[in-house]
Design a protein around this ligand. Structure first.
Ligand code: 2BA
Length: 109
């Protein structure tokens, strides 16, 4: 068994979870925060048999979009001045995905 851990954008969660569950994959959502933008994002945990890893990758690729996010590098709270620097675009996504081996999996009842 493998554990797929994917950091995605919040707005992709609904469509991603719909397609995963429709195809019989269990998924858990964790609320997370990116270290660079310091904005909320979503981390999903998907436990799958090894043979399904590529199927899940296909679903993530379909549902998680690359987007440009405007970011103000130096807001007044940092500069102490009553002005902001012009926003720059940071490209985020589609998804940052890790695949890990699972030593043991049990669904206890
Ligand atoms: P953030 O850390 O908020 O990063 C958002 C986006 O900012 C990144 O998009 C990337 O395009 C850019 N970025 C990040 N660090 C940068 C840097 N030092 N210099 C310039 N640009 C930088 P993604 O690469 O799509 O990453 C989206 C989110 O995935 C990240 O949000 C973070 O939460 C997570 N992530 C990315 N790489 C990771 C890693 N190696 N380990 C753990 N989490 C990771």
């Amino acid at each position: 068994m493998k554990m797929i851990l994917a950091v995605i954008q919040d707005r992709d969660w609904v469509n991603l979870s719909k397609e995963l569950t429709k195809n019989g994959f269990g998924v858990t959502k964790l609320s997370s925060t990116g270290g660079f933008l310091r904005q909320g994002n979503t981390t999903v945990m998907i436990g799958v048999d090894e043979g399904n890893v590529e199927t899940v990758f296909g679903i993530i690729k379909r549902q998680c979009k690359k987007r440009d996010i405007p970011m103000t590098l130096y807001p007044p709270s940092i500069t102490g001045l009553n002005m902001t620097s012009p926003p720059v675009n940071v490209t985020v996504g589609g998804a940052t995905v890790f695949v890990m081996n699972v030593e043991r999996f049990e669904h206890l009842e």
